[in-house]
Design a protein. Structure first.
Length: 154
């Protein structure tokens, strides 16, 4: 029963890590310089989507990646994902793409959402406690011994 408890606790911990990893949101970028360490999402204009179609393919709405270089007129991104109209996101492997700023409607930076992360963590801890009480409660009477009687050799 102890092994079941350990496996259940490990599974719950992994699930909580997965939930916490998903607790990010894209917030409008500040007026300051864009950090190359943060994941950036560019929301393209309709002209931007059409103009970048030869490079990115059709119907691109968003471009996710890390900023490699930035000038007054362009952003160069190491692209990690594309959001397309009426389709799932396409994953990219960091290919560099230069995007004119006139093609960008809005720029956002991926940041940890503290309130969603706190809620997810509290739910995970609560789930672990419930699982432990359920598994632990059913195992209280099971100790691995045969109860009364004598041990062999007596």
């Amino acid at each position: 029963m102890h092994a079941l408890l350990a496996r259940t606790t490990a599974a719950a911990a992994l699930a909580s890590l997965a939930m916490a990893n998903g607790c990010y949101s894209y917030l409008p970028a500040s007026a300051g310089p864009i950090s190359s360490e943060s994941t950036t999402r560019l929301y393209l204009t309709s002209n931007g989507s059409a103009g970048l179609a030869p490079v990115l393919g059709p119907d691109v709405l968003t471009v996710d990646g890390h900023v490699i270089a930035a000038t007054d007129s362009t952003l160069q991104l190491s692209v990690t994902a594309l959001g397309r109209q009426n389709r799932d996101a396409d994953r990219w492997a960091g290919e560099p793409v230069v995007i004119p700023r006139t093609y960008v409607h809005r720029l956002a930076v991926r940041q940890l959402d503290r309130s969603r992360t706190a809620v997810a963590a509290l739910m995970a801890v609560g789930g672990i406690l419930v699982l432990r009480s359920l598994v632990g409660g059913s195992a209280d009477g099971v100790t691995g011994t045969t109860g009364g009687g004598t041990s062999p050799g007596q």
